[in-house]
Design a protein around this ligand. Sequence first.
Ligand code: ZN
Length: 237
Amino acid sequence: MTAYFTVDVEQDCPPYLNTWRGMEEGLPQLLAMLAEEHIRATFFTTGDAARRYPDAVQGIVDAGHELGCHGDTHRNFAALTADESDREIADASQSLRRFGPVVSFRAPFLQLPARHLSLLQRHGYALDSSEGRHKRLSASVRVDRGVLRVPASVTSSTLRWPSAVRDRLFARLRATVVLFVHPWEFVDLRRERLRFDCRFKTGAQALDCARSALRFFTARGASFGLMRDFDERSVRP
Ligand SMILES: [Zn+2]
């Protein structure tokens, strides 16, 4: 079984905050934990984050992780016209591809209307992970308009659930496992005025939760791969 650990790299908890503590405080801790666990991950990064923190993004690439695209300014594609979406993807791609090839994509808020899928192929993206099975249970791995779609399995805050509950859910994941987190979850935001699921157990506890989630799957024989290496044949009947 191949599993995928992914990270959405952006400002802190959009659209509620506009700070960047995740990049400055959370990301270094996450990278250190992944190195300790010998896990390579896919970092879906906004063009904005790459322009503000080029050294951090270079550090992600240098550590052997995959750099993917998470839009340019974390605007919701569901609210954009085709021209605006095209510009978001073009600008992000230009900023991100300074660090190397970028072929995997995840839309902000996991919202990518089907009408925008053709833009991904036009901009050189082969894989999209903008769907979430927590939003649409029937979302499955498939090719749509030339793009391989690989949904996230659970939402990010699920990793911070009490482990007895979380691990029962994890044990039921049969298909491809795609987990995701954000750098800002590893900053203590418990006292911020945020939605509960954004702030509970953030900080050091979130890092422990991410580590234990990785170990849950590796203990069951899973290996973690990069999304760009996703083998479509692995899910065909
Ligand atoms: Zn995001």
